[in-house]
Design a protein around this ligand. Structure first.
Ligand code: PEP
Ligand code: MN
Length: 261
């Protein structure tokens, strides 16, 4: 039987100044780009770095990600900077490949109801118990979300984090409407930790800090924040990504808020 590596279960819990943040660029673009963010994240004492390898783009002509090359870049940077790595799995056919490179697997909003993908991720992580970060769909209710989580956990991996990333409403001033109430509702109805992705609902970097303050104050167990060394040159989601300097300032502020709540 092959040896099974058990990934450490993340220490989630916003009610201390140790907040868990899944920070990193929207897309992994190069070794240099990813390592610059990794150095910043590790320097702040954070444990995780995120990055997109297979990018779920609405427009098929947009950048689609570096695929396996990105996974290798993530794995190397994770080892070099002692960080855990998180990336999205887009396709059931990629589950084993992605699982072999990273510490956490993400289900994106566009795959919220891709039940065969959820089932496959549950199977692939059944022995490793690697973390699965399951994002809410644009139009998914909390009841649907909690029900579908059972596809992920059916094979025994309960290491699931539920990630609110904004839903579609009539409002167009932000990219999506962040449902802050999802935090206490999920805490009331389940034992899963909640992550709030503050970058995708904001869509603009100047809104990111306010959403992050609110999420920590409302009891989020973790946050997702996109960070890029040079956001105007980013191949995806440039307008919402923070620079390392902006991110560092925000982390300091969030640690202060987390210590109060
Ligand atoms: C992402 O986190 O890289 C992403 C594409 O987010 P979402 O699935 O929430 O759109
Ligand atoms: Mn993005």
């Amino acid at each position: 039987m092959s040896e099974v590596t058990i990934a450490p279960i993340p220490d989630l819990g916003a009610r201390s100044d140790e907040i868990t943040i899944f920070a990193g660029p929207c897309s992994v673009e190069s070794v240099e780009q990813f390592e610059e963010v990794a150095e910043c994240v590790a320097g702040l004492g954070l444990k995780w770095i995120r990055g997109g390898a297979f990018k779920p783009r609405t427009n098929p002509h947009s950048f689609q990600g570096l695929g396996e090359e990105a996974l290798k870049i993530m794995q190397d940077a994770g080892r070099k900077y002692n960080l855990l790595t998180l990336t999205e799995v887009m396709d059931s056919a990629h589950c084993e490949l992605v699982h072999s490179y990273v510490d956490g697997l993400q289900v994106g909003a566009r795959n919220f109801q891709n039940f065969s993908l959820l089932k496959k991720i549950g199977q692939v992580t059944a022995e490793s118990h690697k973390m699965v970060l399951y994002k809410r769909g644009f139009a998914g209710t909390i009841a649907e979300w909690l029900a579908a989580t059972d596809y992920l956990t059916a094979e025994g991996n309960e290491n699931v984090v539920l990630c609110e990333r904004g839903i579609r409403t009539f409002e167009t001033a932000t990219r999506f409407t962040l449902d802050i109430a999802a935090i206490p509702v999920i805490h009331k109805q389940s034992l899963y930790p909640v992550c709030i992705d503050v970058s995708h609902p904001a869509g603009q970097r100047d809104l990111v800090p306010s959403l992050a303050y609110a999420a920590v104050a409302a009891g989020a167990d973790s946050l997702m924040i996109e960070v890029h060394p040079n956001p105007p040159a980013a191949l995806s989601d440039g307008p919402q990504q923070l620079t390392p300097t902006q991110f560092e300032k925000l982390v300091g502020e969030l640690r202060e808020i987390a210590a109060v709540f």
